[in-house]
Design a protein around this ligand. Sequence first.
Ligand code: MLT
Length: 235
Amino acid sequence: MNKIDVCLTPELLHLCETENKNVVVIDILRASSSITTALAHGIARIKPVAGLEECRALKKQGFIIAGERDGKKADGFDLGNSPFDYMDRSLAGKTIAMTTTNGTMAISKSKDAAKVIIGSFLNKKAVVDELLRGQNDILLLCAGWKGRFSLEDTLFAGAVVKDLGHDFQVDHDAALAARYLYDGTGSNLPAVVENASHAQRLKGLNIQKDMAFCLTFDKYDVVPVLKGEFLIIKI
Ligand code: MLT
């Protein structure tokens, strides 16, 4: 039986093998939610980029650039990182270069995986179905916040461990802890997550509506996957 594990923050990634695994990058508030929303709304490709200056250089090459630092839209960028930024019909078919505080960094650290998938509550069922079709061990990588634990990312990881518990062998205590955390709180996610540090940060930026949206289950039946240097919808 293949195994499923959870990496609670990218700081622990050196202890978790990613090669030959299907890695699900999780950044509920908000990178993986925004990426899922963007591709579901017809944006053709997203190029995850580690740094602000690299993104700014891509703007000169004709890319639309999107991103934030500490939740705030980056200076001179076309878009921030609210999922609502990516619903604009005029963006359909376009390519976007994106950089975020934690999410795009986590993606860049997963590049030697067998497959990199973007997971969010918005596409949880589609991600679980994709993982069930796979033949590899699974690593659920929580993007966290600047190396620290993220409650909302871990809750999502726990929800996926719960969904896959009969088909994959739980590997290590982080996966068990995530599952128990979700079992204990999953029935009232908004009330739990609103106390999380990044939710409080977003509240301070008056973007509560993003939180409610990012905690919506299975709004989109899409699976963003990394193909070369771009995130696209898996066909
Ligand atoms: C992240 O990378 O942690 C998020 O994108 C931050 C945010 O969008 O607020």
